[in-house]
Write a protein that binds this ligand. Structure first.
Ligand code: ATP
Ligand code: MG
Length: 459
């Protein structure tokens, strides 16, 4: 299949918006005689006028060859399939070799951030065969054939999830290369699976969550067959790798359009596959106070993110699950249990079951429980008992949670004033999920959310 090629004079993508480090890697590869493209989200976002999160580069150089071009690089992944080129202390450009669509995606996905997972990228102790030996396989008859790991640019484009994620930007002549119809779908603003949507959902169910992320984040619609496949296969999400789901859930709820993402997850039955207990608590209707509570929490997360505030996973879960945990703990408290302890135990119990679906790390589970369990203490006596909590590392998140609750219910304003005063005492500066910002937070007007929802963030 011939790709659509759009010459530089006919597209609006400017090199000015590409990071200097990415350009260095692209030119380095090109000057060494290799093909070098920007792929994936970088091209998509540049064309939409959004600031890309990062620039992933694909090339026909093998990882070892990339290693030889850049002294400041190293090979990563369980089978050393990728190269990281380093700039300074923490700037990394990831370079992948064109991959074949025959390689099993889900397995790949746990090895490469390009395939959405970063948790498993450390070098493995059991040394793998070198990438070159993977590139070519010697058959019994001695014939050397290309194996199914590395592939052609076309194969690399077509193994990707959605048409809008399969565009290449070619540094040789600054053209765009489109094998999958992504340019037209960008114009139409649709999310469309590459290939047979049903097959793509079943091959790697995590893609269904990714579809929701891109739709929410970009404000795009689903192409009908893509929507139908997700609806049909949503239950397969139960089969997905739990740690990949944890990674993807974070990307989803921190994409600045978490509330929209939540609505789409609910519409497609995916929310119940990720968080079955919460989904049951919510009930089927989107109109209940329970649903409103989650909506409000996610709108708050979106506002924080849009304001440039970091939100930790523990704070996200506290916000999203807090309504359910509070009502469960309330029942226990009515039976005489200590409210803080009850909040801690219902949170831990909920996570115990949840990790069968989404692999939330233990540290995050504990921290979520502490954020919630500290609320009664934080609000007691108008906040006068909060001080001892301020040395705990979850304190900024606990205060952020209280900030949300005051906004939601209008109660405990005095306690919040106290907590914020302690939180922003000069010696108390610390990073964390309440905010990485050194600024004082803007005072928020109390009261329920009444402003109309904002459109999904544009970068
Ligand atoms: P973001 O801007 O959020 O990083 P992205 O499109 O770059 O979005 P990544 O998760 O970084 O998303 O993945 C990079 C690219 O790898 C995608 O654009 C897509 O082409 C491909 N990809 C990622 N995950 C999958 C998957 N599960 N199946 C097929 N292709 C995938
Ligand atoms: Mg990316």
């Amino acid at each position: 299949m011939e790709p659509v090629i759009v010459q530089r004079s006919e597209h609006g993508l400017s090199r000015e918006n590409i990071s200097p480090e990415a350009l260095k890697v692209l030119y380095g590869l090109k000057d060494a005689g290799y093909v070098a493209y920007i792929a994936g989200g970088g091209v998509r976002d540049l064309l939409l006028g959004r600031q890309p999160k990062d620039f992933d580069i694909v090339t026909d150089a093998t990882p070892n060859e990339v290693r030889r071009v850049f002294r400041n690089s190293r090979l990563i992944g369980r089978r050393f399939r990728l190269a990281h080129v380093f700039f300074g202390r923490d700037k990394i450009i990831e370079v992948a070799t064109f991959r074949s669509n025959l390689s099993p995606d889900a397995a790949d996905a746990s090895e490469s951030s390009d395939m959405s997972d970063t948790s498993d990228m450390s070098d493995s102790p059991d040394r793998p065969p070198s990438p070159e030996s993977l590139h070519h396989v010697r058959r019994d008859d001695g014939l050397i054939v290309r194996d199914n790991l590395f592939g052609t640019p076309q194969e690399d484009a077509l193994r990707r999830d959605f048409t809008i994620n399969a565009l290449f930007y070619n540094i040789r002549d600054f053209s765009l290369i489109d094998y999958a119809g992504g340019l037209e779908d960008l114009r139409k603003r649709v999310i469309r699976f590459i290939g047979d949507p049903g097959v793509r959902c079943v091959e790697d169910p995590v893609r269904m969550v990714r579809a929701v992320r891109f739709a929410a984040m970009l404000g795009f619609e689903f192409e009908p067959a893509t929507a139908a496949a997700i609806l049909e296969h949503h239950e397969k999400l139960a089969l997905a790798n739990r740690s990949r789901l944890y990674e993807e859930v974070q990307k989803l709820f921190f994409c600045k359009a978490a509330r929209r993402a939540y609505e789409l997850l609910r519409e497609f039955g995916l929310y119940g596959m990720l968080f079955p207990d919460v989904n049951t608590w919510l009930g089927p209707s989107p109109e209940t106070t329970e649903c409103q509570r989650i909506s409000d929490a996610l709108r708050q997360i979106d506002e924080w993110r849009q304001a440039g505030r970091e939100v930790s996973p523990a704070l996200l879960f506290a916000m999203m699950f807090g309504g359910m945990h509070e009502s469960q703990a309330g029942e226990l408290a009515n039976q005489g249990q200590h409210r803080g302890l009850a909040l801690h135990s219902v949170t831990m119990e909920h996570f115990g079951g949840l990790t069968e679906r989404v692999q939330v790390p233990k540290t995050v589970r504990f921290r979520t429980a502490e954020i919630l369990a500290s609320q009664p203490r934080l609000t007691a006596d108008g906040g006068r008992r909060a001080k001892p909590l301020s040395s705990r590392d979850f304190f900024p998140e606990a205060v952020a949670y209280l900030e949300f609750m005051v906004r939601l219910n209008g109660e405990h304003r005095e306690a919040l004033e106290q907590a914020l005063a302690i939180r922003w005492e000069p010696r108390d500066e610390r990073h964390g999920a309440g905010g990485d910002d050194r600024r004082r937070p803007r005072r928020r007007r109390p009261g329920r959310f009444s402003s109309p929802s904002k459109a999904p963030a544009q970068g």
